[in-house]
Design a protein. Structure first.
Length: 507
């Protein structure tokens, strides 16, 4: 056997071993953090189906809203927003052979955290042709005509901005009235907030000698109208970034001689660019908007609906009221008292309905109240006038005060992952979770040693013991050691070197 190859092999092996000893151990498991972008908020866009083709309205409650100074676009992560937002009710109006797109907006500009400068906006777009034109028959008091690349749009803005603080309720309405050959379109705006007087706006557009009706699709208006929350833009009715939070409708617009639907334009989790002639949509990578809670709002139905630890929304007939923790509100037919719920594993919602002309009521207590993607409340018990009941849907006539008592148990989403450990799902608040991670993994040459639990809590012990009081995400984190492998390589190199030297001496 030649000595030179053996010596060369021994030297190369030793060099590799000493170099490898200087390398740091690497993690066998890496954690990725999600990126979140403004704006953020929780908005309920409640839809009320119209009974005819003359009116359309919705109840919108803004619980939290942080517009911020900017936000990233979904294409190149460049700043496209300007710290502004609007919440709007849109409808399609048919007048003779023309089709118009009506917008009733509440425009918001962030002043300080939770406080906004607001104004009402009304606009009318012509969908019948590429160039928007307005008939002289239009009566447009205090309105202006804004030029856009695709034509003109009629815009009205309330001249004096007013102050708005979250949380608040906003109820826009579009109402068409026909009287002796004249059509009047009313844009009603009603805004209710705590500590401030309500705001009311009624803007009217008159049309003479024409027939007009809202295109509501009969009993299925979800195909023609749109409620949306719009972020960004300068309110010039040009291209605007739109994030649809809880839109229950699709927007139809005129394309040539037929209607074209753009369902993805108002789908949850999508941004869209809105232009005068129609809607174009593109997917959004992430919008940072919390999961929005869906609600059911039907005429004559009272929905007792907690959306977070702070607010409860009560709908009686066609009116919407916002209720704040530790406060008491008198509303038509009802009194609601809501205790502070923060930090409680079990909370109760008392409701008393007072008689009002022997009013018939229907009350629904949801079994699960999905607060967000990682927190929810589960109905545990119901009492009516002090007596327990298993019926979560209660109806009848109010001849005397009726008291209801609902108890909900908070649950949080838990994810504990590790070798042979998979705990995932919702757990009651107060539950104690236990998990034990193996101290070592792998083979003896390159073993993996437990480093700690990484996530909501950083715990170095292999035994995980936590109480569920919030959403929990924990991952068993291991570091892989190459020390035994390095020692083995050095031994092989030394044995090879000694063998070569011995053979040379014997020769």
């Amino acid at each position: 056997m030649s000595l030179k190859p053996m010596l060369l092999f021994a030297l190369i092996t030793l060099l590799f071993a000493f170099q490898a000893i200087g390398l740091r151990s690497y993690s066998a498991l890496s954690l990725n953090q999600s990126d979140f972008f403004r704006p953020t908020g929780i908005v309920d866009l409640g839809f009320q189906k119209p009974l005819n083709t003359s009116s359309l309205m919705c109840n919108i409650t803004v619980y939290t809203l942080d517009i911020g100074l900017d936000f990233a676009s979904s294409t190149n992560l460049t700043v496209t927003g300007s710290g502004k937002a609007s919440i709007q009710l849109d409808a399609v109006l048919r007048m003779s052979k023309d089709w118009y797109y009506l917008q009733n907006e509440l425009a918001l500009s962030e002043n300080t955290q939770g406080e906004f400068n607001a104004s009402f906006l009304v606009s009318v777009w012509n969908l019948s042709s590429k160039r928007s034109t307005f008939s002289p028959q239009f009566s447009v008091p205090s309105a202006t005509i804004v030029s856009t690349p695709n034509g003109s749009v009629l815009v009205y803005a309330l001249n004096v901005p007013f102050l708005v603080r979250v949380p608040f309720s906003f109820e826009p309405m579009i109402f068409v009235v026909a009287n002796q050959g004249q059509i009047t379109i009313h844009f009603y705006d009603y805004l209710l907030q705590q500590h401030f007087s309500p705001f009311f706006n009624d803007y009217q557009i008159s049309l003479k000698g024409m027939q007009a009706s809202l295109v509501t699709g009969g009993r299925n208006p979800v195909n023609y109208n749109l409620y949306q929350c719009v972020f960004g833009g300068a309110f010039d009715h040009g291209v605007t970034q739109i994030t649809s939070l809880d839109s229950q409708m699709l927007l139809y617009y005129l394309n040539g001689s037929s209607y074209s639907a753009v369902p993805e334009a108002v789908a949850y989790g999508y941004d869209s660019a809105e232009g005068v002639g129609g809607v174009a949509a593109f997917p959004v990578f992430i919008n940072g908007v919390p999961q929005v809670i869906l609600s059911t709002e039907l005429k004559g139905v009272i929905n007792l609906w907690p959306i977070s630890n702070y607010f409860v929304k009560l709908n009686i007939s066609r009116s919407s009221f916002l209720l704040i923790a530790n406060s008491k509100f008198w509303v038509p037919q009802g009194i609601v008292e809501l205790p502070a719920l923060l930090g409680k594993a079990v909370f109760s919602l008392p409701l008393t309905i007072e008689p009002f002309n022997k009013t018939m009521f229907e009350l629904i207590a949801p079994q699960v109240l999905q607060i967000n993607s990682t927190a929810r409340a589960v109905l545990s018990s119901i009492e009516v006038n002090g007596l327990p009941t298993n019926n979560s849907r209660i109806s009848g006539y109010v001849f005397a005060p009726i008291s209801f008592f609902f108890s909900y148990t908070m649950q949080y989403y838990v994810s504990v992952l590790g070798p042979n450990i998979s705990i995932q799902g919702f757990y009651d608040a107060g539950t104690t979770l236990k998990a034990d991670a193996p101290p070592r993994l792998g083979n003896p040459i390159t073993p993996m040693s437990f480093y700690g639990w990484i996530g909501t809590f950083n715990i170095t012990s292999v035994s995980l013991r936590v109480t569920v009081e919030q959403p929990i995400h924990e991952v068993a984190y291991y570091k892989q050691s190459y020390l035994n492998l390095y020692i083995l390589i050095v031994l092989i190199a030394l044995i090879t070197l000694v063998t070569a030297v011995t053979i040379k001496r014997d020769l």
